[in-house]
Ligand binder design. Structure first.
Ligand code: PLP
Length: 386
């Protein structure tokens, strides 16, 4: 087999860490029981594994085990948080606040609720992707029930000021949800200290398996009411029915444990790689950084490139470097990224952009090659255009 491209798309997904896979394997074939079964040892083993994983995850985010609801991923967690709160609180108000740069898994449930008579305010961001806290304060009304702001952006890596947002929400008696799919195990997250009421997580962005996520749901000060979106066997205290997926749950906890243990050292290493990559692009003409270099994930670098065609750029790179561009991730759509256009980028510059997602297994050498290939491709496309 020919050499595979260098993987620099860690915001899309990550490979499963071998240690995570090893932890999961016994729960497929040996301790395969249904965690809800309490009549025999197969069920007890699975139930103990889920209990342990729930405790590990809860303690890492400073929550209690009862506040953890397992879902199929962050998409489902976002849907459960937003629709679940809307359905449980609609008699108190029908107004929700979110941000234009959110993931589709937040924007689309909000748009759906608008068709049911809810009103949604979409806050804009500054040119580097940050939320304006005064704008948020002004947007909160008597009938506002929920504010949903992501922790770290999946395209430009920008980190929103969660603790400040949480403090504003709590002082106004509004629930605060955050989609932390990209932020978990990259930056410290503390649901108590940051006044977070609901938080969505997923395992596959942190070297865990796909198909498993968590919604954290606060149980006191305030106790969040949530209307379940999937009814059935009453698992997860009725908040999300369906047989618990033991191997994935075990894998999620293991991935989170490893991620948090190595967070500080990895964060420093990522920053060095990000600086290395940016130092290659920075001297070139017509290259723009998207987002905010300092206030963003250390494993993210997103740039727009003048004078090239976005799809030609990706085509030129794809056999050597696996990255994403500034077009909507769904393959059927060629719309420019709604995040980049929200920053004020033109459609053309939004298309002609590259998102580098640096991961645990990338090396200095790989970054060097990726940068060199990208620059060579940019130069040759620019020459062809002249
Ligand atoms: C990946 C991602 C999601 C979707 O998570 P899944 O677990 O794949 O459903 C949601 N929000 C953000 C910010 C993401 O990066």
């Amino acid at each position: 087999m020919s050499q595979r491209p260098i993987y620099l798309d860690a915001h899309a997904t990550t490979p499963v860490d071998q240690r995570v896979l090893d932890a999961m394997l016994p729960y497929f074939t040996e301790s395969f029981g249904n965690p809800a079964t309490n009549t025999h040892v197969y069920g007890w083993e699975a139930s103990a594994a889920v209990k342990n994983a729930r405790e590990v995850i809860a303690s890492i985010i400073n929550a209690t085990p009862e506040e953890i609801v397992f879902t199929s991923g962050a998409t489902e967690a976002n849907n459960l948080a937003i629709k679940g709160v809307a359905e449980a609180y609609f008699n108190q108000g029908k107004h929700i606040i979110t941000v234009v740069t959110e993931h589709r898994a937040v924007l689309d449930p909000c748009a759906y609720l608008e068709t049911l008579g809810f009103e949604v305010t979409y806050l804009t961001v500054t040119s580097d992707g940050l939320l304006d806290l005064q704008q948020l304060e002004k947007a909160i009304r008597e009938d506002t029930i929920l504010v949903s702001v992501m922790a770290a952006n999946n395209e430009i890596g920008v980190l929103q000021p969660l603790a400040e947002i949480g403090a504003i929400c709590h002082s106004r008696g509004v629930l605060f949800h955050t989609d932390a799919a990209q932020a978990i195990a990259k930056v410290p997250l503390d649901v108590a200290g940051m006044h977070i009421d609901l938080m969505s997580l997923t395992a596959h962005k942190i070297y865990g398996p796909k198909g498993i996520g968590v919604l954290y749901v606060r149980r006191r000060d305030p106790r969040v009411k949530l209307a379940s979106q999937i009814q059935g066997g009453g698992q997860e205290r009725g908040r999300r029915s369906g047989t618990l997926y033991t191997p994935q749950i075990v894998g999620f906890a293991k991935a989170l444990e490893i991620g948090v243990e190595s967070m500080e050292s990895e964060s420093e290493r990522m920053l060095q790689l990000k600086k290395q990559l940016w130092s290659m692009f920075e001297p070139l003409e017509g290259i723009y950084l998207n987002g905010n270099f300092d206030n963003s994930l250390h494993n993210n670098l997103n740039i727009s490139i003048e004078g090239v065609n976005g799809s030609a750029l990706l085509l030129g790179l794809q056999s050597i470097v696996a990255v994403s561009s500034g077009s909507a991730c769904s393959s059927e759509s060629t719309a420019p990224s709604h995040v980049l256009t929200a920053l004020g980028r033109s459609e053309k510059l939004a298309h002609a952009s590259l998102r580098f997602g640096i991961g645990r297994f990338n090396t200095t050498e790989e970054i060097k090659i990726a940068g060199e290939i990208a620059i060579a491709t940019i130069n040759s496309l620019r020459q062809a255009n002249n």
